[in-house]
Design a protein around this ligand. Structure first.
Ligand SMILES: NC(=O)c1ccc[n+]([C@@H]2O[C@H](COP(=O)([O-])OP(=O)(O)OC[C@H]3O[C@@H](n4cnc5c(N)ncnc54)[C@H](O)[C@@H]3O)[C@@H](O)[C@H]2O)c1
Ligand SMILES: [Zn+2]
Length: 490
C-alpha cells in the first residue's frame, strides 16, 4: 500500500467537504501511518473524522467494514499484426463446437470479418454469423441479438467490430446465459435493477476494429434506452471478454472520421479516468469486495494506463486520422484504446461521458460523415469530446496539477502556468486539438440549441453511476452551464 498524496489544495471547498489535512493510506513505503485498524484507536479516529468518502469512517461504522482499495480487472489481451489468424485455434483450444460470429453489416463486407472467417474455416470451427448489430446499439437492437443467440445454444462468441458490436455481443452472451432474466435486471440502476451477475457466461473473443472504446478489455456494454432516449449500460466484470485480439491491421480499413471520433473516445477515457474522484473518496464503500463497482475512482493502477494512453493520443492521433497508411500511428492508437480501456474500465469516467449519453440519445437529424448507417447518429467519441473543454474547466480546481499535467502531455507549454489557470489551459489545449482535427463547432453544430438544454440535463441526471465519479459535485444549474458553454467551441 502506498501513501496517496492529497490532491485537493486547502481551501473553502475542501474544508467544507472535510477533505483537507487528513492523512490517506499509508503502508510499506508510505511516510505516515495514521490510519489505525479497527479498535479503540480506530473508534477514536472515527469520532474525529467526519468525512463520508470510501475508506473514511462514518460515525458509528466499524473501520473494518470500510476498505478503500483499488483493483484491476481486465480481459486477457493479445496484440500483434495478423494475430486474428489465431482466433480459430483459440476457439479450438476452448473446445468450442458452435460459435456465434457477431458483427455489423458494414464490417461484414470488409477484410477484418473475412480474416476471422478464414481462420474459423481453416480450423474446422462450426459458426453462424449475426451481422445485424446496430451502430450505436439500442435496447431493441440488443434484444434482437439476444433473441438470435437464445435460439441457437452457442458455446462461444466472437465479436468483430467496434464498441457497438463488442457490447451487443456481451449482452447477447449474458442474457443467453441467464435466459429467465428480464432485460432490465442487469441494466444499471436507476434505469434498470443493476443486479449482480452470478451466472457463468460462455467464452467471448473480442476483435476490435476501431481504436476507441477499449470494450475488448471492459465489463461494460452500452446501449441507447429508447423509452427514455438516453444511453445507459450493463456493467459487470462478469461480461468482460475472455480474450481481446488486438490486431492493428484492422485499423487500416477505418475511414478518417471513424479514426478521429473513436480516438476522441480514447482521449476522454484517459482524461476522465485520470481526473475522476480518487478511489478512497468514493462512497458508499463496499463492505464486501464483490460489491465493489468496476468503476472505482481514479487510483494508482488505472493512472498508469490513463497517462500512457494519453501520451500515445498526443503523439499519434493526428497522424492516424490524416494518413490511412500510417501503420505506426494507427497501431499505436489501437493499443492506446486498450490501455485507456484498462484505465477507465477500473477507474470509471465522469462528466464528458455522463453528459454524452443524452447528446447521442436525443440526436435529431445529424448524420456523421464516414458512418455507413441509415439513421441519424452522433458518434460516441464526438458526443463525449464536445463537452470536454467546459468539463475540465469545471473540474480543474479539484486536482489542478493533474489538469495541467494532461495539458502539457497534449502539447501545452505549462512552464509559466499558474495553478488556478489549469482548467482554462487544458480547455484551450483541447479546443486547439479539436480544431486541428476538423471537429464540429460545438453542440450547436450538431443540431442542439439553448432550448434543448433542459432535456440534455434531464438525460444526464440518471447517469449518476458516472457523474458521481466527477471530482466535483454538480448541480442541475452546473450541468446547464456546462451544456451552454459547449454550444460553441471556437
Ligand atoms: N463497452 C465499453 O467499454 C464502451 C466504451 C466506450 C464506448 N462504448 C460504446 O461503443 C459504441 C461506439 O463504438 P465505436 O466507436 O468503436 O464504433 P462502432 O462500433 O459504433 O462503429 C462505427 C462505424 O465504424 C465502422 N467500422 C468499424 N471498424 C471499422 C474498420 N476497421 N473499417 C471500416 N469501418 C469500420 C462500423 O461499421 C460503423 O459503421 C457506442 O455505442 C459507445 O457508447 C462502449
Ligand atoms: Zn467512451
Amino acid at each position: 500500500m502506498v501513501l496517496i498524496q492529497r490532491r485537493l489544495p486547502p481551501g473553502p471547498e475542501s474544508q467544507q467537504r472535510g477533505w483537507a489535512g487528513s492523512a490517506e493510506w499509508a503502508g510499506a513505503g508510505g511516510r505516515r501511518r495514521d490510519w489505525p485498524a479497527a479498535g479503540a484507536e480506530g473508534r477514536l479516529l472515527e469520532g474525529r473524522l467526519r468525512s463520508h468518502g470510501c475508506g473514511r469512517p462514518r460515525p458509528g461504522r466499524a473501520l473494518a467494514e470500510a476498505t478503500a482499495a483499488s483493483s484491476m480487472a481486465v480481459s486477457n489481451i493479445r496484440y500483434g499484426a495478423g494475430v486474428t489468424k489465431e482466433v480459430g485455434m483459440d476457439l479450438q483450444n476452448m473446445g468450442a463446437k458452435n460459435v456465434c460470429l457477431m458483427t455489423d453489416k458494414n464490417l461484414s463486407q470488409l477484410p477484418p470479418v473475412q480474416m476471422v472467417m478464414d481462420s474459423l474455416v481453416k480450423n474446422g470451427i462450426n459458426f453462424k454469423v449475426y451481422n445485424n448489430v446496430r451502430v450505436e446499439p439500442t435496447d431493441r437492437s440488443f434484444m434482437e441479438a439476444i433473441e438470435f443467440v437464445k435460439k441457437r445454444a452457442f458455446d462461444a462468441y466472437v465479436a468483430v467490430g467496434g464498441g457497438s458490436t463488442m457490447d451487443t455481443c456481451k449482452a447477447a452472451n449474458l442474457y443467453a446465459s441467464s435466459p429467465h432474466s428480464d432485460f432490465l435486471d442487469y441494466v444499471n440502476a436507476p434505469i434498470g435493477k443493476g443486479k449482480p451477475v452470478s451466472v457463468p457466461l460462455k467464452p467471448l473473443i473480442a476483435v476490435p476494429t476501431t481504436s476507441g472504446t477499449g470494450s475488448e478489455t471492459t465489463g461494460v456494454a452500452i446501449f441507447d434506452y429508447e423509452p427514455l432516449k438516453v444511453k445507459t449500460g450493463i456493467a459487470s466484470r462478469a461480461i468482460k471478454p475472455t480474450l481481446g485480439l488486438i490486431d492493428p491491421l484492422h485499423t487500416l480499413h477505418m475511414p478518417d472520421r471513424v479514426v478521429a471520433n473513436s480516438g476522441f473516445d480514447v482521449l476522454c477515457h484517459a482524461l476522465e479516468s485520470y481526473t475522476a474522484l480518487p478511489y478512497h473518496m468514493r462512497s458508499p464503500c463496499p463492505s464486501n469486495p464483490i460489491t465493489r463497482p468496476a468503476y472505482q475512482g481514479s487510483n494508482p493502477i488505472s493512472d498508469i494506463w490513463a497517462v500512457h494512453a494519453l501520451r500515445i493520443v498526443a503523439k499519434y492521433l493526428k497522424r492516424a486520422v490524416r494518413n490511412p497508411d500510417d501503420l505506426e500511428a494507427r497501431s499505436n492508437m489501437h493499443l492506446a484504446s486498450a490501455f485507456a480501456g484498462i484505465g477507465f474500465g477500473n477507474a470509471g469516467v465522469h462528466l464528458c461521458h455522463g453528459m454524452s449519453y443524452p447528446i447521442s440519445g436525443l440526436v435529431k437529424t445529424y448524420k456523421a460523415k464516414d458512418y455507413n448507417v441509415d439513421h441519424p447518429l452522433v458518434p460516441h467519441g464526438l458526443s463525449v469530446v464536445l463537452t470536454s473543454p467546459a468539463v475540465f474547466t469545471f473540474t480543474a480546481q479539484m486536482s489542478p496539477e493533474r489538469h495541467l499535467e494532461t495539458a502539457e502531455i497534449l502539447g501545452a507549454d505549462t512552464r509559466t502556468a499558474r495553478i488556478p489557470d489549469a482548467g482554462p489551459i487544458l480547455a484551450d489545449t483541447l479546443r486547439k486539438f479539436l480544431f486541428d482535427l476538423d471537429v464540429d463547432d460545438g453542440l450547436a453544430a450538431i443540431g442542439y440549441s439553448k432550448a434543448d438544454i433542459p432535456a440534455l440535463v434531464k438525460g444526464t441526471l440518471p447517469q449518476e453511476r458516472v457523474t458521481k465519479l466527477a471530482p466535483r459535485p454538480q448541480s442541475e444549474e452546473d450541468l446547464s452551464a456546462l451544456f451552454e458553454a459547449s454550444m460553441k467551441l471556437y
